[in-house]
Design a protein. Structure first.
Length: 200
């Protein structure tokens, strides 16, 4: 209790105060906690990776109806689909061959945009998981040490018909001189319009 008073400024941790005074009985809180734990837990081998880069489950996007969670698995070059209404909750493969699937987000028309960090591009997927659009490319490292275009793009945010993308520019191999990321001294956020190369 002394630790709590010194560390939190109160005899109980802040999380305890957040759960008090909610209007729910103790039994209801316990039931909701158990439901959350049951629903939240998803241990599926599809979420892990033995691939490269060594990142498994990464980007997340929720369908418009909030019944399906899409998960980018970077190392396996896949986007997974998790049916949140199913019991038990499990993952399945939505699409494959997205080279370094990373950040993901839906646009207003239902296209799922996926950052392909190893291909230095962003691809748009239709409801069947087929690539229907591509934007972006790596151009060069500028004189100021910043990448021009996309270089190991990672996260994205959609604003209307524009996408903002972070350039992680992370060298992943121990060899010297084999990756343009080694020359980066300034990191950037790129912006693209979501119009080019769209196919039905």
């Amino acid at each position: 209790m002394i630790f709590s008073v010194v560390y939190y400024g109160a005899p109980f941790p802040n999380t305890a105060y957040a759960k008090l005074g909610t209007g729910f009985s103790r039994g209801e809180l316990i039931l909701r906690g158990l439901e959350y734990t049951k629903d939240f837990m998803l241990h599926d081998p599809l979420l892990a990776t033995a691939g490269f880069p060594p990142f498994g489950a990464n980007g997340l996007a929720l369908s418009k109806d909030e019944l399906t969670l899409f998960v980018a698995n970077t190392g396996d070059d896949r986007v997974l689909k998790v049916d949140l209404a199913a019991s038990p909750v499990s993952a399945s493969v939505f699409t494959e061959s997205i080279n370094g699937a990373d950040g993901i987000a839906f646009d207003d028309s239902g296209i799922l945009w996926v950052v392909a960090n190893q291909a230095d591009e962003v691809v748009g997927l239709n409801a069947a998981g087929r690539v229907v659009a591509k934007v972006g490319a790596f151009e060069k490292i500028g004189a100021d040490g910043a990448p021009e275009g996309l270089l190991f793009p990672a996260s994205l945010v959609l604003v209307g018909r524009e996408v903002y993308i972070t350039n992680l520019a992370l060298p992943l191999t121990p060899a010297v001189g084999d990756e343009p990321e080694e020359e980066v001294t300034r990191w950037t956020v790129s912006r693209f319009r979501l119009l080019p190369n769209r196919r039905p």
